[in-house]
Ligand binder design. Structure first.
Ligand code: SF4
Length: 434
């Protein structure tokens, strides 16, 4: 299949909606906003009114019924970046429309869909909610559109609501399972504060593969705790029952140490305040009356993309931020993809060159690991870069800067593509997977 997107980690982009609004520092130089302004000026309905008179997002969201169906037309399998020009989980996108997007993804097992959001809290809210009657999985199964022949597509078997045979009115497809095996969910991370806010929300989403896009990377980020393999052990009784009967002498910490009565009580009260209802031990997969709960793998991040910012006003990425992320991934066995340096690349001053002039003109910047940059350091040090750890970065453009990090390209991806993720069945009501 020919690659149609210039984005290194995908083959194709799919934009079933238009419009967005800025939400965090990573949005400052949003390329989609500039592109949408052009598409609006060209009269494309999907972008009508999404850019205001000031040249920025107006906050309007347009839903594209035609665009929604596009992946059904692509017969050959490909990696599809969902909403490269917006955010599927923007507050202005109704859950019913997101159901239709997921239904299309369920209908296209030949593709791998890469859903990237800066709003993982809303993504988690969506995935964990239903419409009051049906679960989210059932809502999606009932939202399927017409197929290419104009027949209503219905999902049959297991979670699918339809039981009858295919005929001239109905095209019956098998329900692929939940979470959808061909849908990867990701969130953008640009600094530590954003990482600590968004990654737990992503980990709370049921997904075949969970990934991070650390671009534009604006600071050092420590994500070790989200990359590690961990397990959790279940308690043996429901919270309400335990509190009512005061029968909680037998609880242990996840590490296996018995809880004291006071610790168990505090833990149960905390869980109850959170609204958590735990499964009875007998419903826990692998439970044995002799050895108890076997412990269950916890969700973790499967893939990390790293990149610097591109475009006219791009901010430079210190090489140590990228190196450190790579090392964290290598240590944890997590797939790492170095997408680009972006506008700025590491710069080695030429002996006898005009470094001061280059810095003052903005062609070269000095970036410190803390994020402090160029003239602040340059002026303070009298024209010499003597701050430990600081790095000269040259503004050379995305093409020239390339995507080699310390002598090699990093193109790792989760294995297997479609169906390459992990699913688990022993559930509690916090994240859908345990
Ligand atoms: S969420 Fe994405 S598309 Fe929306 S403003 Fe931010 S960078 Fe742009």
């Amino acid at each position: 299949m020919g690659k149609k997107s210039a984005i290194e980690w995908t083959d194709e982009t799919w934009n079933p909606l238009g419009g967005c609004s800025k939400i965090s520092p990573g949005c400052k130089n949003c390329y989609a906003e500039k592109m949408a302004a052009r598409l609006q000026a060209m009269g494309l309905p999907l972008y009508e009114g999404v850019i205001g008179a000031d040249g920025h997002w107006s906050g309007r969201i347009n839903l594209g019924d035609q665009e929604l169906m596009k992946p059904l037309w692509w017969r050959k399998g490909r990696r599809v970046f969902v909403n490269s020009m917006s955010d599927l989980f923007h507050e202005g996108v109704p859950f019913e429309f997101i159901d239709q997007v997921f239904a299309v993804m369920a209908l296209c097992p030949q593709h791998t869909f890469q859903v990237l959001t800066k709003r993982p809290e809303r993504m988690a809210e969506y995935l964990r909610s239903g419409d009051g009657v049906a679960s989210r999985e059932e809502c999606i199964a009932m939202s399927s559109p017409q197929d290419l022949n104009g027949r209503q597509v219905l999902f049959g078997k297991r979670k699918g609501p339809f039981d009858g045979p295919a005929n001239e009115k109905y095209d019956v497809r098998p329900w692929p399972g939940w979470p959808l095996p061909n849908v990867w969910l990701g969130t953008s991370v640009e600094n530590q504060a954003v990482a600590d806010e968004r990654i737990p929300a992503l980990l709370g989403c049921p997904a075949a593969v969970r990934f991070l896009s650390c671009e534009p990377l604006l600071g050092a980020v420590d994500i070790r705790q989200y990359l590690q393999k961990t397990t959790r052990t279940h308690f043996s009784i429901c919270v309400d029952g335990a509190l009512r009967n005061k029968s909680f002498d037998g609880f242990t910490h996840d590490g296996g140490r018995w809880m004291t009565r006071e610790e168990a009580k505090a833990e149960l009260l905390r869980l109850q305040a959170e609204g958590v209802q735990l499964l009875p031990m007998g419903a826990c997969e692998g439970f044995s009356s002799e050895t108890g709960c076997p412990g269950h793998p916890q969700p973790r991040i499967d893939w990390v993309i790293c990149g610097g910012e591109s475009g006219k006003d791009a901010r430079p990425m210190h090489p140590d931020w990228a190196r450190d992320l790579r090392e964290q991934c290598v240590d944890a066995g997590t797939k790492f993809f170095f997408k680009q340096w972006g506008e700025w690349a590491p710069h080695r001053p030429v002996p006898g060159g005009n470094l001061g002039g280059d810095v003052r003109s903005g062609r070269v910047r000095i970036v410190h690991p803390t994020g402090e940059s160029d003239l602040e350091i340059f002026d303070r040090t009298g024209g010499r870069n003597t701050i430990p750890g600081s790095q000269y970065m040259g503004k050379v453009g995305k093409k020239a800067s390339g995507r080699v990090l310390d002598g090699r390209t990093w193109d790792e991806m989760p294995g297997g593509g479609v169906g390459g993720g992990r699913t688990r069945t022993c559930t509690d009501d916090r994240g859908g997977v345990a």
